[in-house]
Design a binder for this molecule. Structure first.
Ligand code: AMP
Length: 223
C-alpha cells in the first residue's frame, strides 16, 4: 500500500546547502525538489512576466512579495509529479508563506512530514556564498574550495558551463543574510512549536549531512 505523501521543508540560510541536499534526496526518494529560487531564475532567464516581476527583488536580495510566491508554489504543487510529495527548498521564507503552505497542503488532504533545519554559522555562510558556482544547464552546485568540479568551469554531471550568481556577490549576499535573519529565521520557532523541526549540523561534509537527513526520513516512517 502507498504511504502518506512526504512533504518536507528544508529550512536554512542562503548557503546552508539546502539546494545541494534537496537535489540528492530528491533523486533517492523519487519526489521532486521544489526550489522557489530556481523557478524564479528560470523565469528570469526566459523573460516571462513572472521573471520580470521577481527581477528587481532578486537583484537586491529582497524577498519577492508573498502573493506572487505563494501562487507560484500552489501551481507547482498541484502538478501530478507532486502527488507523492515534494522537498521544498527556499520556501516558505516568511510566517505568512508558512501559513499559506499549510492551507495548500490541507486542500490536498496532506500535511508537512518534517522540517529539517540545516544549521550553519554566519561566517561559513558568507564564505560558501562567495565561492559558489552553478551549472547553467542542470543547476548542480559547486564550491571553488569545498566542492570543486573536476575541470574548472565545467559541470561534472552534464558538461554544462558553470557561472556565479549575481546575488552571491558580497553586497547582495550580505543583504540576503540580513533578510534571512529578519524574515525567515522566525520560522525556526514556528516549526519547533509544532514539533516538526529537526536540527541538522550543516557544517559537516555533504555526505554526512545527507546521511543525517536520510535518518530523519526513516525515523518519520516515510515511504
Ligand atoms: P534562493 O535561490 O533560494 O537563494 O533565492 C534567490 C532569490 O529568489 C531570493 O533572494 C529572493 O529574491 C527570491 N526568492 C526565492 N524564494 C523566495 C521565497 N520563498 N519568497 C520570496 N522570495 C524568494
Amino acid at each position: 500500500m502507498e504511504g502518506a505523501p512526504l512533504f518536507l521543508v528544508f529550512l536554512g540560510a542562503p548557503g546552508a546547502g539546502k539546494g545541494t541536499q534537496a537535489r540528492l534526496l530528491s533523486e533517492k526518494l523519487g519526489i521532486p525538489q521544489v526550489s522557489t529560487g530556481d523557478i524564479f531564475r528560470e523565469n528570469l532567464n526566459k523573460g516571462t512576466k513572472l521573471g520580470l516581476l521577481a527581477k528587481g527583488y532578486m537583484e537586491k536580495g529582497e524577498l519577492v512579495p508573498d502573493e506572487i510566491t505563494v501562487a507560484m508554489v500552489k501551481e507547482r504543487l498541484s502538478r501530478p509529479d507532486c502527488a507523492r510529495g515534494a522537498i521544498l527548498d527556499g520556501f516558505p521564507r516568511t510566517i505568512a508563506q508558512a501559513e499559506a503552505l499549510d492551507r495548500i497542503l490541507a486542500e490536498k488532504g496532506a500535511s508537512l512530514t518534517a522540517v529539517p533545519y540545516i544549521k550553519v554559522s554566519e561566517e561559513v555562510l558568507l564564505a560558501r556564498l562567495s565561492g559558489r558556482w552553478i551549472c547553467r544547464n542542470c543547476g548542480a552546485v559547486y564550491h571553488m574550495i569545498y566542492n570543486p568540479p573536476k575541470v574548472p568551469g565545467i559541470c561534472d554531471i552534464c558538461g554544462g558551463e558553470l557561472y556565479q550568481r549575481e546575488d552571491d556577490k558580497p553586497e547582495v549576499a550580505k543583504n540576503r543574510l540580513k533578510v534571512y535573519f529578519e524574515q525567515t529565521a522566525p520560522l525556526i520557532e514556528y516549526y519547533k512549536r509544532r514539533g516538526l523541526l529537526v536540527e541538522v549540523n550543516g557544517e559537516q561534509s555533504i555526505e554526512k549531512v545527507q546521511e543525517d537527513l536520510e535518518a530523519i526520513i526513516e525515523s518519520h516512517d516515510c515511504p
